[in-house]
Design a protein around this ligand. Sequence first.
Ligand code: UDP
Ligand code: MG
Length: 334
Amino acid sequence: SLQKKTNFAMKLILVVPCYNEEAVLAETTRQLSLILDELKEKQRIDEGCILYVNDGSKDRTWELIEQFAQQNDYVEGLKLAHNVGHQHALWAGLEWAADRGDAIVTIDADLQDDVRAIIDMTEAYLRGNEVVFGVRRERKTDTVFKRTTALAFYRLMQMMNSNTVYNHADFRLMSRRAVNALLSYPERNLFLRGMVASMGFKTEAVYYDRTERFAGESKYPLRKMLAFALDGITSFSIRPLQLITLLGLTFMLISVGVIIYGIVKHFEGQTIEGWTSLMVSIWFIGGAILVACGIIGEYVGKIYIEVKRRPRYFIEKTTTDDDPLADPYADIPY
Ligand code: UDP
Ligand code: MG
């Protein structure tokens, strides 16, 4: 219960991945600090931390993080050695936060997610939830294009049996227990929202309105969005492979008809007329076979990436020098 939990020291860590976010970082720091101040004042938390994970930014993001870490007691930073992408940057932050915080919130740097929802999430955590999903109530401020593609994506995910919460991205709170459970997943193809949804802890959703990016531009162009959607499907579902089988069976049924038709035509002495239908079928079936190979290839590619077991990221620097992670090569025996 609330009473029992608040008897213990409670530390909340906000994990914020940043890729070229120099334009928003000052405002993000200001707003997140205010939220942590408020939670402390209301005695919902004892300690707060904002962990910025610099995902190989090419602009002044890291310099700003270092500067804020000096000025602001909440702020810490991890500098990844190169750009590993949103999902892996989140993972790096979660690994750092897992044994340092009691509850961990992941939120984008661009202030598109309502920071006030963090307060509701904390309350939900104190009520005993291990995972609290931030769910967008509406998408008025997204462009028509982003909105339709995003909704099509959620629909597709449902059709493909992937585990996702409708309209939930990567804005969520997890208890230390849930984070450790997530970190026990060995896969390299990360689709965090699906992985968290599949864990099955006690969860709740918190609703908020999504606003526009505070500054800067989206780091998810269409190409990355498509790749991410494909990852979401092929990491969680073998439905596409089953569809190939279904397609194959359908073609076999059709071909029975075609064979009968061909024999009848042969005995009627009109075989030369079959040229058109033959050409059409060759192209169509050729295309279908290529698509089938492609889908299988997607999964084989996934297996290839998984079996390599490569490290997900390297930390180059942190803002805390008492930290063992500060030397990224400490564990490597050469
Ligand atoms: N991001 C990252 N690495 C990347 C791309 C994005 O860490 O390679 C971060 C980015 O800084 C932001 C979050 O992931 O905090 C979401 O990106 P963005 O807001 O550009 O995506 P959108 O909201 O447009 O889908
Ligand atoms: Mg954004």
